[in-house]
Design a protein around this ligand. Structure first.
Ligand code: ADP
Ligand code: MG
Length: 703
């Protein structure tokens, strides 16, 4: 019998929730906090002091000794610098733990070493962290003890965003303001806020930690840089939704408990398509909290793995030849009085507000397909998007049969008189209930799919922060709402105007809608005919951030300044170059110190065998053939290694970040592939006992 977990009791037990605040704060202060959380503005200094003290008392009672401003620099992960609550002792030598409102609200880490893309020179190191009151503080517990984590935004001395959180918060304000204009037009005057709701499904791999530690490529780059395929891959589709093995199950259980304590609504868990691949999905929540929680999910996944002798790999493509990992970013918009703007209802053809919202989103995605593509790119994701696996690098929108039918009626006749309904699902088994089918089937190949009452953006990489995709989604849709509201607010005949506008948007932007097979070559050709961008790699997407179109979008809604966009561009090029550089160095290291010596030894063994067999008067032709084949691989390895070393050195001499990044993509990555090939082939030829690292079979089938 396993121990009983009282989920209701442990849920959010490590979070300074609204309920905790209500319990611990004087009524007037509590009210002030809630007002600021819900409507924006600033806490008065006296209220901040009261909140800080209550937060500290709560944290200390729960074992905390330190606090940290927890933030999300442009590295894409989180950062923390711990300060204890220790204060100066009084004359008697007694020390009282302290935490002030000022310390709660503002921090000043010496942040000169975070990437800033030129926004700050190192001598202007000042960076400030500012409390994001809308995301609850929580306690992180590990070997360091319990640390009170205060979610913050991170800005420079001049107020420029140095992080992923600030632009996201700005985009949430923009979409709220513009979406409110839309719902007002339809008579909803009660709503005060429109909130982007986000649910991120997280895929990951689990492998044995002992084996992980024997693979420098996994240690340094998070993915295997070498490795011949195992005899079995994912072709039998027996892992997807398969029974969860004991060791993995114990891990999942532990992971859920840790996440629940942190207030993360871990909901769904299952085995994914590739061997050793799994998924966890929480229940959706307000975008910035979802972003924070996804960081906690990733961090906790790694931490808990260690306790089970496992390692969690979040890289987008840890193993060649089997599926990589992504993160489906489910996104919708809801008013604070309970209306999901993406809910079509039973008769979407009559739901004019829904049709306008849909038309605006289609327009936004078409106009800014390049930006959306950029927002889902990172170095690891280049192995997925546009490579031979899901989803394609071309952005398109999947609507499903029902909505596609409504859209084509609207485009053709300006009216949508009827709507396809789901009908009954008949199983043909009398003891099974018949139930109503969804009006729409699923399409797993679409990068941006309507799934009932939300859009599912499936391009995001598994290791990436979901801040950028949601910032971009909010921004582009805010712009479309704004343009629609500008027209409709002035219209004399609203009904006619909205009708015309929906028809116009759907007609002009229909090209972005695609319901077919997104993996097929035919779609690539078709998309080209339609004029849709097909941006094949992360660095080819970078410059979309600073086009005139993008700068004007972001500046109009106060989400990024031009300087902030340029800094991100710089950081992205640098990150790409640095990441590939690490991979190349790891390959050089493994090839020269592990694979080549192992194969050299093996050839000696074979040569000795050939001589011995011949001396014994037997036929040594088989051994001789193997020796020749293996020696040939050795020659190829040596040559490829030399070439990789050459381009690697060349790359190091380049000063222009963009030029360097492209050189890494074109020259260095090609040389890396050329080195991998003979090594993987040699792996298939030599005795497993002499192979210096665990194989794919060892790594993904023996967890
Ligand atoms: P599937 O794997 O079928 O796509 P899951 O149930 O695994 O679906 O995940 C769906 C995700 O979408 C969950 O995180 C869920 O909370 C989230 N979600 C559901 N409804 C909405 C909504 N209205 N807005 C945003 N996210 C949503
Ligand atoms: Mg999904």
């Amino acid at each position: 019998m396993s121990e009983v977990i009282n989920v209701e009791e442990i849920f959010a037990s490590k979070v300074f929730t609204r309920a905790t605040m209500r319990e611990r704060l004087p009524k007037n202060v509590y009210k002030e906090v809630i007002r600021v959380m819900d409507n924006g503005g600033e806490l008065s200094p006296s209220a901040a002091d009261v909140v800080a003290k209550a937060m500290k008392d709560w944290a200390v009672e729960n074992g905390a000794t330190h606090y940290t401003h927890w933030f999300q620099p442009l590295t894409g992960i989180t950062a923390e610098k711990h300060d204890s609550f220790v204060s100066h002792p009084d004359e008697s030598g007694k020390m009282i733990m302290e935490f002030s409102g000022k310390e709660l609200i503002k921090g000043e880490p010496d942040a000169s070493s975070f990437p800033s893309g030129g926004l700050r020179a190192t001598f202007e190191a000042r960076g400030y962290t500012a409390w994001d009151i809308t995301s609850p503080a929580f306690l992180k517990e590990d070997a360091t003890g319990a640390i009170l984590c205060i979610p913050t935004a991170f800005c420079s001395y001049k107020g420029e965003a140095l992080d992923k959180k600030t632009p996201l918060l700005r985009s949430m304000e923009a979409i709220s303001e513009q979406a409110l204009r839309i719902v007002k037009l339809f008579g909803n005057t009660e709503a005060k806020k429109v909130v982007a709701g986000v649910g991120a499904e997280q895929e990951y791999f689990l492998i044995d930690r002992e084996k992980y530690l024997q693979r420098p490529d996994l240690i340094f780059s998070g993915r295997t840089l070498f490795g011949a395929p195992a005899p079995k891959g994912q072709e039998l589709e027996d892992h997807y939704f398969g029974t969860i093995r004991e060791r993995v199950g114990a891990y999942m259980k532990d992971l859920n408990v840790e996440l629940w304590k942190l207030g993360v609504t871990a909901k769904t868990q299952h085995n994914e398509v590739a061997p050793a691949q799994h998924e966890l999905a929480p229940i959706y929540e307000t975008a910035n909290i979802a972003v924070d929680h996804n960081q906690l999910v990733m961090e906790t996944m790694k931490k808990v793995a260690g306790r089970h002798g496992l390692t969690c790999l979040l890289h987008e493509k840890p193993f060649a030849g089997v599926n990589g990992s992504g993160k489906h970013n489910n996104w919708s918009l809801g008013t604070d009085n309970g209306v999901n703007l993406l809910d079509p209802g039973d008769t979407p053809n009559e739901n004019i507000q829904f049709l306008l919202v849909l038309a605006c989103i289609i327009k936004a995605v078409d106009v800014h397909a390049d930006l959306l593509r950029q927002s889902a790119s990172d170095v690891g994701n280049d192995h997925r998007l546009g490579a031979n696996e899901a989803p394609p690098a071309i952005i398109s929108v999947f609507l499903g049969e029902q909505l596609e039918d409504v859209v084509s009626q609207l485009v053709e006749t300006g009216e949508a008189a009827h709507v396809l309904q789901g009908g009954k699902l008949e199983t043909g088994v009398s003891t099974l209930p018949d139930f109503t089918k969804d009006a729409t089937d699923r399409n797993r190949t679409s990068p941006f799919a309507f799934t009932g009452n939300k859009f599912e953006f499936r391009m995001v990489g598994s290791s990436d922060s979901i801040a950028s995709p949601n910032t971009i989604l909010n921004a582009i849709v805010a712009e479309a709402f704004c343009e629609a509201a500008d027209i409709l607010e002035k219209a004399d005949d609203f009904d006619l105007a909205v009708h015309d506008l929906i028809k116009e948007y759907l007609t002009v932007h229909q090209r972005i809608i695609f319901n077919g097979d997104g993996y097929s070559d035919a779609w690539v050709a078709e998309a080209k005919r339609r004029g849709l961008p097909n941006i094949k790699s992360m660095i080819e997407a970078v410059d979309t951030l600073t086009t005139e179109k993008s700068v004007s979008l972001f500046e109009k809604f106060g989400i990024f300044t031009k300087a902030e966009l340029e800094s991100r561009r710089e950081v992205l090029y640098e990150t790409y170059a640095k990441t590939i550089n690490i991979e190349a160095l790891a390959m050089i290291d493994m090839a020269s110190k592990q694979f080549i010596p192992a194969v050299v030894n093996y050839t000696r063994l074979l040569a000795d065998t050939v001589i011995a067999v011949k001396e014994a008067g037997a036929d040594a032709s088989a051994q001789t053939d193997i020796l020749k084949e293996v020696s040939q691989k050795l020659v190829e390895m040596k040559e490829a290694l030399k070439e990789l070393e050459r381009v690697e050195t060349e790359a190091g001499t380049m000063e222009n970040a963009k030029e360097q990044a492209f050189y890494y993509k074109d020259a260095v990555r090609t040389a890396m592939e050329k080195l991998r090939k003979p090594v993987d082939e040699a792996e298939m030829l030599v005795d497993k006992k002499v192979w210096p690292v665990p194989t794919y079979g060892d790594l993904i089938f023996e967890v």
